[in-house]
Design a protein around this ligand. Structure first.
Ligand code: PMT
Length: 413
């Protein structure tokens, strides 16, 4: 059943008008969501060609997918009729985006291994289109080191990893592994393929990122596990969306995003000074840095020596200036001020408390107790609160999350 006749009449308007999406469905329960996903993509003007693995057809029929996509489903590498019309190489070249949803642990492993043992994995090998992978599987399978390493491999190869979300699973387990909802995938397709809009053009944003280091003596310091990835992703996103961006970076090992002005600092006091110099000349201030709340009261001139007569050592600490609260307290040229709240319990309660106490316009609650997100991970999810509203931004890469966050901030300016 393989003639690739275009029976879709693609809409010539819509955010995805004229975009060609090759939707690769593998065999997971979330495959049933693909009918809705396809309809929504087509509504927005996309052309969708569905490719199914053998196992996918156990969960949703090719007939259903043909009906919603308006095109015969491709499912076999060895179908002479299909190869005669649009063979797998043409199909691979046709796509503007290959979206693997749901991507099972098995499909992810086969793609990571570079296998071409069915039509879908062969297409992924043969395409030079960007590939987005939307994992969906049991939470234990997702947590398995093999799956995590395979996903890391795909990410290294510049494939986009969209999801998964956490929640109750079809098997009764609760945890990470649910495929993103169809509309979340549609939004990601729009962000990736849609017309490049620059809603932040003409606006300027200052971002703090990374940890601070509080010196104890010339060789020692107190710090934390922030890698800077979240703050750097926000800087990159803001720049892509058209803003002038100043990034005040603690000591991290990351390249400066293109087009971003970077100011390197080390301690909370130096970050405070840089923030106060720049914040009031800008429309938005985002405090993503993990700033040390306290610093040693005095920095020893020389390396502190271990002594034989004392098993304990006391360092007296004093409070650092609260950078985001200082910016939010500006009375002249105060920017729209966004804080983060890294929490391990009662996340919403503590985040809302900081929103009020620090006089912020918005706060991004980051649950850092969840494995695979928060400090030093590539992915993250946030719950964003502001006085009149709230929005959940589900787990995705920090780059994609940052785009969503910047659009949300823009909607509140
Ligand atoms: O850098 P990554 O590895 O990518 O990790 C990202 C992150 C987990 C660090 C980030 O997403 C995050 O949650 N950042 C805030 C971390 C934090 O210090 O939260 P907090 O709840 O302690 O602080 C609340 C807010 O006050 C934050 O906006 C913080 O920047 C700000 N603050 C805190 C203390 C201080 N002296 N000055 C401040 O401005």
């Amino acid at each position: 059943m393989q003639t690739l006749v275009n029976t879709q009449s693609p809409l010539n308007s819509g955010s995805l008008a004229g975009k060609k999406i090759l939707l690769g469905i593998s065999g997971g329960i979330a495959a049933y969501k693909c009918a809705e996903l396809t309809r929504r993509l087509i509504e927005r003007g996309a052309e969708v060609q569905v490719v199914m693995t053998k196992a996918a057809k156990e969960f949703i029929t090719p007939l259903t997918m043909q009906a919603v996509s308006g095109r015969p489903v491709s499912d076999s590498l060895l179908d002479p009729a299909a190869e005669a019309s649009m063979g797998h190489i043409e199909l691979a070249k046709w796509a503007d985006l290959v979206l693997l949803a749901p991507a099972t642990a098995d499909l992810i492993a086969r793609v990571a291994a570079g296998m071409g043992n069915d039509l879908l994995s062969t297409l992924v090998l043969a395409t030079d289109a960007p590939v987005a992978v939307s994992p969906a599987m049991n939470q234990q399978m997702y947590a398995n080191i093999a799956t995590q390493e395979n996903i890391a491999t795909l990410r290294r190869r510049k494939m986009m990893i969209w999801g998964p979300a956490a929640g109750e699973q079809a098997c009764g387990d609760v945890g990470m592994g649910r495929m993103l909802e169809p509309m979340q995938l549609v939004n990601l397709c729009e962000e990736f393929l849609g017309e490049k809009d620059q809603p932040l053009a003409g606006k300027s944003v200052v971002i703090t990122a990374g940890p601070t280091r509080e010196a104890i003596d010339p060789v020692r310091y107190i710090s934390n596990h922030s890698s800077g990835k979240m703050g750097f992703a926000i800087a990159e996103a803001a720049q892509k969306l058209g803003a002038d961006v100043t990034l005040i970076a603690g000591p991290v090992n990351l390249a400066t995003p293109e087009g971003v002005q970077r100011i390197n600092v080390t301690s909370a006091e130096s970050m405070h000074e840089a923030a106060m110099t720049h914040a009031s000349n800008n429309q938005v201030f985002i405090a993503c840095a993990a700033v040390a709340d306290y610093r040693p009261e005095a920095i020893a001139d020389q390396k502190i020596k271990k002594t034989d007569d004392n098993d304990a050592m006391t360092i007296r600490m004093v409070k650092n200036p609260d950078i985001v609260a200082s910016v939010a307290g500006l009375t002249k040229n105060r920017p729209f001020t966004v804080g983060f709240a890294a929490e391990t319990q009662d996340v919403e309660h503590y985040a809302r408390g900081k929103l009020t106490r620090k006089n912020l316009d918005m706060i991004c609650a980051n649950d850092v107790s969840v494995a695979g997100q928060g400090f030093n991970s590539d992915d993250n999810s946030l719950k964003v609160f502001w006085p009149e509203g709230e929005q959940s931004l589900p787990l995705t890469s920090k780059q994609e999350l940052a785009i969503q966050l910047m659009k949300l901030i823009d909607s509140q300016l």
